[in-house]
Design a protein around this ligand. Structure first.
Ligand code: HEC
Ligand code: HEC
Length: 480
């Protein structure tokens, strides 16, 4: 299967001179040092993260800081950049938020009552009060998404246990992680619950071609973000919205260097954002159920970035760097092939009529070398289940009008959009490229590290993962 539109060596030559210099200098180069070589309105494409170096590919080989993405349109001083930071995989990290809090005594614009605080009525009159009021943001990088129970819901809210005393049927508090505002041309649903997908994306819709539905969804999303998060009285002009969407939809982000494994595009490795930008994609590509519009059947080996590092006899595999590369390659193979007995997943087992699906990570993360699902697939893997609730999260009890059945959840997910009982707890799986730079994970930040993500799956599906397998899977995910 031809995975790329152009050949590998041509792509490798597209690394800019600046990027190569930074890479040669290794992960110790700070973004600030790098910025000295750039014009005042442009930031470098390379930033450091806890496991190495993250690369963003953008037009003109720099990040255009004069784009309205970085401008504030509302009353609270926020811009998209308040919550979508390049160095943090275009999401936002609690570490950096704690620094922002310390530097500004909790007055940085992200600390706004509307959705930065645990409750919009919280006391923010002193530094001490603000530290408490913004604790979900400071501990896990969570924004409070407020949504009402829809009028047509098949269920009612029979009990609210909100530690912050605010949530009700009029407005449930849902604590969610900012999704990355990069790698957007491969989205099959916009937002965790898909609520900004204006029309279901249907084939043929190739990445970068025929994607009007996606651009329209992103425009609506940007307008809503400016009126909601930025508290603007009205959305700015269509021309400004178009510039924001044009900017964000041309960003590609991936890890380019790893502390232990070195360059992720060396020795035929296919890591990094420049190669990623060439990735083939269309709605339904490599569909798990055989519905790829091209008629190709599902290939569980959806990740093939580090195939060539799987050779134990390769020259490079004898030193520490070689061993780190071998671990990444083994992790990739595990991601593609480690058997998982998938059961009890709402939206998947019930939809297919199969009580157990003998799958792998790629049953759900099937988009080749990208890692989301290639058609919209809202499913309930159990992240919001009452059994996993921590005391800092609200817990909602929902009762089905017709059956009287009750369910407890920290976030009803898709069901708050559709009102359907069956949609409770359903979320999309995000794109996995650049994932190491944007901890913590899952919609509610409940997994602090990639190791915790693997532990979640191990427990949820009784996989019996060994310590070695966990290590290798984390090495692979960290190289994405
Ligand atoms: C206060 C923080 C905040 C600000 C400001 C903000 N966002 Fe977001 N963004 C989020 C959160 C939280 C989500 C996920 C919410 C959900 O799914 O319920 C998100 C989701 C997104 C997504 C969806 C990505 C996907 O995978 O579906 C895009 C695109 C996006 N934001 C772009 C923007 C743009 C453009 C702006 C500025 C106009 C902006 N955001 C401003 C917090 C923020
Ligand atoms: C049954 C479908 C399914 C399987 C199997 C599956 N995932 Fe996921 N994955 C999801 C969904 C859905 C989410 C988002 C869930 C949420 O946040 O509520 C997710 C989220 C993730 C995330 C977090 C991304 C982020 O930005 O927060 C990572 C990492 C991940 N999965 C890796 C894996 C690995 C590794 C495996 C195999 C061991 C795996 N997944 C197996 C469906 C699946």
């Amino acid at each position: 299967m031809e995975l790329y539109r152009i050949n590998r060596s041509a792509v490798r030559q597209r690394l800019t001179a600046a990027a190569v210099l930074l890479l040669l200098a290794g992960a110790s180069v700070t973004p600030v040092q790098a910025a000295n070589n750039q014009s005042p309105h442009a930031s470098p494409l390379i930033t450091t993260d806890p496991s190495g170096t993250l690369q963003t590919h953008a037009p003109g080989d720099s990040i255009d800081n004069s784009n309205p993405f970085f401008q504030s349109f509302g009353t609270n001083g926020r811009s998209c950049d308040s919550c979508h930071r390049q160095a943090q995989g275009w999401s936002v990290s609690p570490d950096e938020l704690r620094q922002r809090f310390a530097r500004t005594n909790g007055n940085d614009p992200i600390f706004a009552l509307v959705d930065g605080a645990n409750s919009p009525l919280a006391d923010v009159s002193s530094v001490y009060a603000r530290r408490n009021a913004y604790s979900m943001l400071l501990s896990r990088g969570l924004i409070r998404v407020g949504m009402p129970l829809p009028a047509n819901a098949e269920f009612r809210l029979t009990r609210v246990d909100d530690p912050y005393g605010y949530a009700s049927a009029r407005e449930l508090s849902l604590f969610r992680r900012p999704l990355p505002s990069t790698n957007l041309i491969w989205l099959t649903a916009v937002m965790w619950d898909g609520r900004e997908t204006t029309a279901p994306f249907k084939p043929p819709m190739d990445a970068g071609i025929n994607h009007e539905d996606l651009l329209e969804s992103l425009a609506t999303q940007a307008r809503d973000a400016i009126v909601g998060h930025e508290q603007a009285s009205a959305a700015p002009s269509a021309a400004i919205i178009d510039r924001i969407v044009d900017f964000e939809s041309h960003l590609f982000t991936a890890q380019i260097a790893d502390q232990n494994a070195g360059r992720l595009n060396g020795d035929d490795g296919m890591g990094g954002a420049n190669i990623l930008a060439q990735q083939r994609f269309w709605i339904g590509i490599n569909d798990t159920l055989g519905n790829d519009p091209t008629g190709e059947s599902f290939d569980e080996k959806s990740m093939r970035l580090f195939d060539d590092w799987n050779d134990p006899n390769a020259q490079f595999s004898r030193d520490a760097r070689g061993r780190a590369r071998a671990a990444i390659a083994r992790g990739e193979q595990l991601f593609n092939t480690l058997p998982i007995a998938i059961s009890g997943v709402g939206g998947l087992n019930d939809a297919t009529g199969l009580p157990v699906i003998h799958g792998t990570c790629t049953t759900c993360h099937n988009s080749p070398n990208i890692g989301n699902h290639s058609v919209a697939l809202p499913i309930n893997i159990g992240v919001a289940d009452a059994s996993r609730r921590t005391p800092d999260m609200p817990l909602y009890t929902l009762t089905n009008y017709s059956t009287g059945q009750t369910v407890q959840t920290t976030d009803p997910g898709l069901a708050l959009r559709t009102g359907k009982w069956a949609d409770i707890g359903k979320f999309k799986g995000p794109i996995l490229r650049g994932v190491v730079a944007r901890a913590p994970y899952f919609h509610n930040g409940s997994a602090a590290t990639l190791g915790d993500v693997v532990d979640f799956y191990n427990t949820r599906f009784n996989i019996n993962i060994t310590a070695q397998q966990k290590h290798d899977l984390v090495a692979f995910l960290s190289a994405l």
